[in-house]
Design a protein around this ligand. Structure first.
Ligand SMILES: C[S@@+](CC[C@H](N)C(=O)[O-])C[C@H]1O[C@@H](n2cnc3c(N)ncnc32)[C@H](O)[C@@H]1O
Length: 281
């Protein structure tokens, strides 16, 4: 990180964050990722070996990653209202069944449960540590309408076909290995008039368009290199995405995969864009 300018080193050997990166780190509230990123650097190095793995799953990362991600959304109730606005503009009936896919430690799922007290909510993650954190959360016993389940997005239960009014992938799409299969599963479990919200980092797909954007370089690409990109490559079969996938190519993927993007808006931080999608008829 020193050699790439993400962290600076002074003549006395002290490490510090360069001034130019501070606004991005402060606004994204994500400087807390840096200590754990250092440990993940060792894992990434192994992936560069010819005989090494292509990536690693969230379950192979230190448990602190789950805890750090829980701090990432400053206010989940506000974030939820922001992703809900474009859904309510489309939705005619009530929202009774919700899937929070890639729920992590469950911060957004608990906000869903507060907002939709009568809904049936499933919150799913393939990382056992994340689901353990979610079910051990002190607020979980007071919640009676969420089921946390340890499942892979690529293989959701067969009985969930046409079950959900709303499926949410909050900061998940770019992390998925096997994103095609996972989005096929989302299509299967979503009702015909259901809605999908995909909140994802808003970087340009063309690296040149990101030049000069210190937030993208200092936070987006840095975090992606050790967390998102290895996760998206973890099944070893497809090329990786991570945050480098970019908004333009992600939208093209969604459109080609049979989704109509009905709305795009900034949600949460200035680095995150929320796609609201329905099934193409
Ligand atoms: C960046 S985190 C976002 C967590 C949470 N939605 C949030 O915003 O705080 C991405 C999450 O997706 C989960 N994930 C990645 N691939 C998955 C898969 N194939 N099936 C289920 N969960 C997956 C990871 O375990 C991780 O918890």
């Amino acid at each position: 990180m020193v050699t790439t300018g993400i962290v600076s080193l002074d003549d006395s050997g002290n490490y510090f964050i360069p001034q130019a990166l501070k606004p991005g780190l402060k606004e994204l509230n994500q400087a807390f990722f840096f200590p754990v990123m250092a440990t993940l650097t060792e894992k990434v190095k192994i992936c560069f070996r010819n005989d090494g793995p292509k990536g690693y799953t969230y379950g192979e990362m230190p448990a602190e990653v789950v805890d750090l991600l829980e701090k990432k959304i400053p206010d989940c109730d506000i974030a939820l209202e922001q992703i809900l606005d474009p859904v309510m503009e489309l939705r005619k009936g009530p929202i009774c069944t919700i899937l929070d896919l890639g729920c992590g430690g469950g911060n957004l799922s608990r906000a869903l449960s507060r907002r939709f007290t009568d809904a049936v909510i499933y919150a799913v993650d393939y990382n056992t540590t994340a689901i353990k954190r979610a079910t051990e959360n002190p607020n979980y016993p007071n919640v009676n309408n969420i089921q946390f389940l340890c499942l892979d997005a690529k293989a959701l239960p067969s009985e969930w076909t046409n079950m959900f009014d709303w499926v949410i992938l909050y900061d998940v799409l770019h992390d998925l290995s096997g994103h095609v299969k996972a989005m096929d599963e989302v299509r299967r479990v979503l009702k015909e008039d259901g809605i999908v919200s995909l909140n994802d980092p808003d970087l340009h797909s063309n690296v040149r368009d990101n030049i000069g954007d210190t937030d993208v370089a200092g936070v987006g690409y840095a975090i992606s290199t050790v967390i998102c990109l290895p996760s998206s490559m973890s099944d070893g079969e497809q090329s990786g995405h991570g945050m480098g996938w970019g908004t333009e190519n992600k939208e093209e993927f969604l459109t080609n995969a049979g989704w109509v993007v009905t709305d795009k808006r900034k949600v949460g931080s200035h680095l995150a864009l929320n796609f609201t999608c329905v099934k193409k008829e």
